[in-house]
Design a protein around this ligand. Sequence first.
Ligand code: ATP
Ligand code: MG
Length: 562
Amino acid sequence: MRFSNSFIPTTKEVPNDAVITSHQLMIRAGMVKALGSGIYSVLPFGLKVFQKVMNIIREEMNAIGGQEFYLPGINPVELWQETGRVESFGDIMFHIKNRQLILAPTHEEVITSIAKAHIRSYKELPQIWYQIQSKFRNEPRPKSGVIRSRQFTMKDSYSLDSTSEGLDKSYNLHAEAYKKIYTRSGLKFFIIGASSGAMGGSGSQEFMIESDAGEDSIILCESCDYAANLEIATSNKSKINFGSSKKKEKIFTPNIKTIDQLSNYLKVHVEQCAKSVVYISGKQAYLIMMVGNDQVNESKLKSVIGTEFRPCTDEELVELFSAEAGSIGPVGVSKNIKVIADNRLKDSTNLITGANINDYHLLNVDLLRDCKIDHYSDLRQVEKDEPCKLCNKQLRLTTGIEVGHIFKLGTKYSSALKANFLDENGKENPIIMGSYGIGVERIAACYIEQNHDEFGIIWNKALSPFDFHIIVVNVKLAKVVEVADNLYKSLSEKYSILYDDRSSVSAGVKFKDADLLGIPFQIIVGDRNLENNSVEIKIRRTNERIIVPIDSVLEKIKNIYE
Ligand code: ATP
Ligand code: MG
């Protein structure tokens, strides 16, 4: 393609809201153009990259037996009411036509409705159905360019199985396909255990790239494979042990409100002071007990007390415990309050807790002897440098961007929509489902996050919009143009070429644009090298420059490319 005829609006200007590198470079390279907050037009140079990503995805999905669909982006709202997801998506979902229609943020409902209409027997299972299509999500703070936009392209696939072993198999096929997709795309990625969140279901893993621009906190072990979203991460931080039970005592602790104040005042280890935090979920009050200054992890708490919870107000605390925050504890609480303690506290002795009387604490609380713990659960947030639960080496806390997510949904949607099949015994069962998503633009943006320098993008062969970038240095010299034209013609037979034949810009601008656009190989045709019957090949990634005689240029290029 001749640059002079093409629309690649490179620019030095980046809008103020483009703070992360991939966002800046995609705009500067004329790949995308913002139309509104979180809404992007994809321009030709960008579309070529996205299409390459989609092709890789399509090939790997077909390789695991996926069948491609194209589902509507506009859905009747009733379908989503049946699964309760109008509520769970809330403001993220776009409603149109007086709330009769929605713009689909994902497609479990549509897929399940098709399965319900057509799948009858276990003999028709398993199935893997996928599509590559636009999704609409009214992200509250769209940022980071196409990494988080309000309309984006997702490959979403769904597995339908008759047994849980079948689901495991479909899930593992997807995990393998995803690894191939990211590897072929050139991403350095890792896989983490994740929370299933609002999607429901049992198992789930996220494919992440490490990045300062990421919004997910991740715990990683440098020594072994352990990696998990902070939402579910656990460590080997041990249970506490303060020796054999002693006699419980009430002590005066004037104006002591925090765990740090308490441990300083009593000159005890902070871990001996058990913290009590009270939450309300629905009509139920929960007293959550944690070791010393361990933080409650809200995702873990959600999975124990339900998604809709809030901290107890000061007035409610007084009503429920006859004491204020800072003096609350588990001993003698009303039966209506559920007490849940973190696993590190299991059957602990000699703890210091609030006495449920303002300015008083209890010494030597024995959880078995002195209170009723409804149950123990893992509720704490892992901190950096804690020991890995698998190998005991130090854990690292970092941030990442999710590029893909695979879920074992189970029967959440098939039960809600009554998508059943008849098993071998003629009994009706809900289809066992999995759901698997990959963001197309996000892969391209994450690739740029990992592959750029101060001058621009550095594409690999798999994602580059063109194989070669030919640059004519002096358009006014007929000989130079002739050599470049010929090279363009003969290379075009086998490769895709961006041919910078522009007479409107200087050679310096062309070189800058070439580095910005980041095509892996540049072929520079200029008078100086032509005097020696040569052209220059520049490898974008290494900046290596090779002078090649014209008569062997095609062969040399072939070698370099292969
Ligand atoms: P996130 O936590 O980043 O919002 P998600 O958990 O909502 O992602 P899924 O619903 O699992 O994402 O969607 C599957 C994939 O779609 C994600 O892994 C990501 O690559 C992509 N994706 C999700 N939301 C967006 C968005 N707003 N813009 C671009 N890509 C997105
Ligand atoms: Mg999201």
